[in-house]
Design a protein around this ligand. Structure first.
Ligand SMILES: Cc1cc2nc3c(=O)[nH]c(=O)nc-3n(C[C@H](O)[C@H](O)[C@H](O)COP(=O)(O)OP(=O)(O)OC[C@H]3O[C@@H](n4cnc5c(N)ncnc54)[C@H](O)[C@@H]3O)c2cc1C
Length: 496
């Protein structure tokens, strides 16, 4: 039986492991952290649970191809309840609030009532969200492994998605907000995701939610990853946690013999799947000369292919904060975070995530602030002095707390800081490139958005990671894990 070594036990690595076991390989996953899941994780603090990933999981609608993939890897199924909130998010400005509801008709009605003068743009936005509900990802085969007929068939299966891309694929979120006249509608468009994202990203995200294909598996992110580990182990795979990999050993011209672990041990195998960050893979585990030219060009062009991260604070609340249903974006007194100054903030109530999130009668809320690559540099510099770094994080967390108490005065003294983390945390925890927990943003000037998992100069090493398709995310991670195994099957001259 041939053996596959997988570096990284995030969603992509676990997915690769499951598909590899199903294809009859002997499979071992090496994960540097004490628990699998990578970015898809959560942790306990002061009797609360901080969920730090799934806001929506694309593929929760039964019958879709992606649902079948999640079902195969143990994330979804008859025994898993999917939570489906009513609202995607709400935005408040100058005392008025608007919500993007799951019910698209209700959203349309409320947007039109708010701003009749934006009727044309609102109608177009709603009609395109409806069309974007047919958006799909390739789940059967990687695009670069499809023949022309398969590519055409896949394109046709997406219905009117082409029209959405035509209308909203050449402007970014910031430009889309400018098409609206009402300040609250502008804010609704521009404050949910970074303004550099192509506008259709916002429509597709909302469409995933309105179509019922973007729910939250009960238990949240950590439970989801642990279910995948269970599935992998049930199939006979082995997971080694707390076991970092320090390099891939190349023994012959085009072939790797195995890996070297951080403690110096050597592990041999027939194939290797790099399911960790590709920048780390090529800079540390291999050598940058192995990097695909297209991918290298994207890393080299920081202006047109930005990555983003976040500064987060989580709070425990003595009470359910029912006034806050899901995510609210609102104005606040100015805050400085990294190199950014903002007078808007987001707050999400995790009460909907189920009873295990907090003790009875209590809940967890979180604020998340966008951070760019210059902010990552800011935090890296600051972290050189650990006490200064910690003090800065806490100072910001306290400022955020003051703004929350100003917004919800009845909760003064009932909210405690649980934890705060920065782009540096993602780098430390997952070796994430510039602290990014998703892949490159597709901007108006991005040229490449998909990257092959093959490494030209190596026959038995492939990539399997969210970074192979912009903008990354859980569905990309799970299918790239699957495709990595397909690439190995092809190299092994096997169909399945
Ligand atoms: C706050 C937040 C919210 C998010 N919200 C959503 C959402 O709502 N929907 C969505 O689809 N996605 C969301 N994401 C993104 C999602 O978490 C990621 O896209 C996905 O988890 C990436 O999976 P991956 O396996 O490709 O990478 P990773 O999770 O980075 O996994 C790589 C693994 O490799 C390990 N590793 C690295 N170096 C080594 C080494 N040398 N040796 C051994 N192991 C190593 C890491 O520890 C890690 O476990 C969110 C992420 C965050 C942080």
């Amino acid at each position: 039986m041939k053996k596959i070594i997988i570096i990284g036990g995030g969603i992509a690595g676990l997915s690769a492991g499951i598909y590899a076991q199903q294809a009859g390989f002997e499979t071992e996953i090496y994960e540097k952290n004490s628990v699998v899941g990578g970015q898809c994780t959560g942790w306990n603090r002061k009797g609360y649970f901080i969920d730090n990933c799934v806001h929506w999981l694309t593929g929760t609608k039964e019958g879709t191809d992606l649902y079948k993939t999640w079902e195969n890897v143990g994330v979804l199924g008859d025994d898993v309840t999917v939570l489906q909130p009513d609202a995607f998010y709400s935005v408040e400005l100058d005392g008025e609030t608007i919500t993007l509801w799951k019910d698209l008709d209700r959203t349309e009605k409320e947007l039109l009532a708010l701003s009749p003068e934006d009727k044309k743009e609102i109608k177009k936005f709603i009609a395109n969200v409806r069309m974007a509900e047919s958006m799909k990802m390739p789940t059967e085969k990687a695009m670069d492994m499809m023949n022309i007929f398969e590519i055409m068939k896949f394109g046709l299966s997406m219905g009117d998605m082409g029209k959405v891309i035509k209308e909203y694929g050449r402007i970014n979120v910031g430009e889309l907000s400018e098409r609206f006249k009402h300040p609250l509608l502008k804010a609704m468009i521009e404050t949910f995701m970074a303004k550099e994202y192509l506008a259709y990203s916002l429509l597709v995200s909302y469409a995933t939610f309105t179509s019922g294909n973007g729910g939250i598996p009960e238990g949240g992110s950590r439970v989801m990853a642990l279910r995948m580990q269970q599935r992998f182990e049930d199939l006979g795979g082995k997971v080694y946690t707390n076991t970092g990999v320090s390099q891939i050993n190349i023994d012959q011209l085009r072939s790797a013999a195995g890996i070297e672990l951080a403690d110096g041990r050597l592990v041999t195998g027939d194939y290797i799947i790099c399911a960790c960050d590709p920048d780390f893979t090529f800079q540390q585990l291999l050598n940058v000369s192995y990097m695909d030219k297209k991918l290298k060009a994207v890393y080299d062009d920081r202006k047109n292919n930005p990555v983003i991260s976040s500064f987060h604070v989580a709070f425990g609340v003595d009470g359910m904060l029912e006034e806050l249903t899901e995510t609210l974006l609102f104005e606040c007194e100015s805050l400085e975070i990294g190199t950014q100054t903002t007078n808007r903030m987001s707050l999400k109530n995790y009460a909907t995530y189920g009873p295990n999130i907090a003790p009875p009668g209590k809940t967890v809320i979180q604020s998340q602030f966008i951070q760019y690559e210059q902010d990552y540099d800011y935090w890296v510099n600051l972290a050189e002095n650990k006490s200064e770094y910690e003090a800065k994080k806490m100072a910001i967390a306290n400022e955020v707390l003051q703004r929350i108490e100003a917004k919800f005065p009845a909760y003064q003294g009932k909210i405690e800081i649980l934890d705060t983390w920065t782009p540096m945390t993602y780098h430390r925890y997952c070796n994430a490139y510039h602290g990014a927990y998703m892949s490159f943003i597709s901007t108006i000037s991005s040229q490449t958005t998909m990257f092959s998992g093959n490494i030209k100069a190596l026959d038995n090493v492939v990539l399997g990671s969210q970074w192979q398709m912009n903008p990354g995310g859980l569905p990309t991670a799970v299918i790239m894990g699957k495709f990595a195994v397909q690439r190995i099957l092809k190299k092994d001259k096997r169909k399945r």
